[in-house]
Design a protein around this ligand. Structure first.
Ligand code: FNR
Length: 342
């Protein structure tokens, strides 16, 4: 199995999973208290956000996905075009393939070529060398570096990593060795409060909680096994809503991603303390099923509808949503009780 084939498999299996998903997740257990006179005027609403020394026009981004094969290079070109047209930030997929074999550089470089003035993040894993991290940043002229941590993906992955103990120290070395802000992210299993606190100690600038509820990589990797005998790892980890509640007050800015389905999930995430919200599988599905112009329309509509929600809820800025009254129901409420969260 080549790395290029693996990248194509990930896209295919993630899209099958996205189409089969029930549509429910723990974001459904977060609701805003409706205050009928809280509304403000649309011209007074702004979408800009800033966190950890980073400034974005909008609190929405296309999160890490792909690159490394001809087909995924075309996907990256289209994602970059959509990001450029709508002003949202974008991350590359893991650049390990490029670090091992620079002949696939163009499949990642398109993220910058087609989005020359946008905010671009380079994505690597926690075993990359400091030199590798710098090469990934240089190729994209990246504004930030994402390091993904994904033990529940590697474990069922037939060719996956089985040594995890060096990851924290390597993250610390990379943070000290690069010039751009470092964001550490999960891939859909969530970051616990304990992990977020450790990341802060390591000098990481921002944590992307990337929780359960959307793309499930343990399930994808199990689907690539023969036999598929790791089904017990499906749905591993904490939901994005649970991670947001768990990570409150750690002092590290957090981003929310994983299972974000529509602008209301974006508003819920911001209300629970996220500084911005990322989507992967859902945006890729729009691109694959309906094409580039549909993705551009979707991104613009989400931004417009987020501003509409802020107007109705009386939040001039995305950060103001964190002052709105929200109710936590059901299993998410039980999670809060178990974790001692008020
Ligand atoms: C991903 N994701 C991912 N994350 C990462 O850090 N590096 C990567 O290379 C990839 N690759 C990748 C491929 C595909 C096809 C998908 C759909 C996703 C994980 C992604 O960034 C995100 O954390 C999860 O997908 C959860 O978000 P969604 O998909 O539920 O919005």
């Amino acid at each position: 199995m080549t790395s290029a084939q693996r990248k194509d498999d990930h896209v295919r299996l993630a899209m099958e999973q996205n189409r089969a998903h029930s549509g429910h997740n723990q974001f459904d257990e977060v609701s805003f208290v409706h205050h009928a006179l809280a509304g403000i005027d649309r011209p007074d609403v702004a979408l800009a956000t800033s966190f950890g020394g980073i400034q974005w026009q909008a609190p929405l981004y296309i999160n890490a996905m792909t690159g490394g094969s001809a087909k995924t290079g075309d996907i990256n070109r289209d994602l970059a075009t959509a990001a450029a047209e709508t002003g949202v930030a974008i991350a590359s997929g893991s650049m390990s393939a490029y670090l091992k074999d620079p002949s696939c550089a163009d499949t990642f470089r398109v993220l910058r070529t087609y989005n020359p003035d946008g905010f671009v993040m380079a994505n690597i894993n926690a075993t990359a060398s400091v030199d590798g991290a710098r090469r990934a940043i240089d190729l994209l002229r990246a504004d930030a570096l994402q390091i993904h941590i994904n033990t529940a993906q590697e474990t069922p992955m037939p060719e996956g990593d089985r040594s995890f103990s060096s990851w924290a120290a390597q993250i610390e070395r990379i943070v000290a060795g690069v010039e751009v802000p470092v964001i550490v992210k999960e891939v859909g299993n969530g970051l616990s409060r304990q992990t977020v606190l450790l990341l802060r100690e390591l000098g990481v600038r921002v944590a992307d909680l990337a929780g359960r509820g959307g793309t499930d990589f343990a399930r994808i990797e199990n689907g690539r096994r023969e036999p598929a005998d790791y089904a017990f790892l499906h749905d591993w980890g904490q939901s994005t809503a649970a991670c947001l509640l768990d990570a409150r007050g750690t002092g590290l800015p957090v981003l929310a991603s994983g299972g974000v389905r529509h602008p209301l999930d974006v508003a819920r995430s911001l209300a629970l303390g996220a500084r911005a919200v990322g989507v992967s599988g859902g945006f890729l599905r729009t691109l694959m099923d309906d094409g580039l112009s549909a993705l551009v329309t979707q991104l613009s509509t989400w931004l417009d509808q987020l501003a509409a929600l802020q107007t109705m809820l009386g939040a001039r800025t995305p950060t103001d949503l964190a002052r709105c009254d929200v109710l936590i129901h059901g299993t998410l409420r039980e999670f809060c009780a178990d974790r001692g969260i008020d």
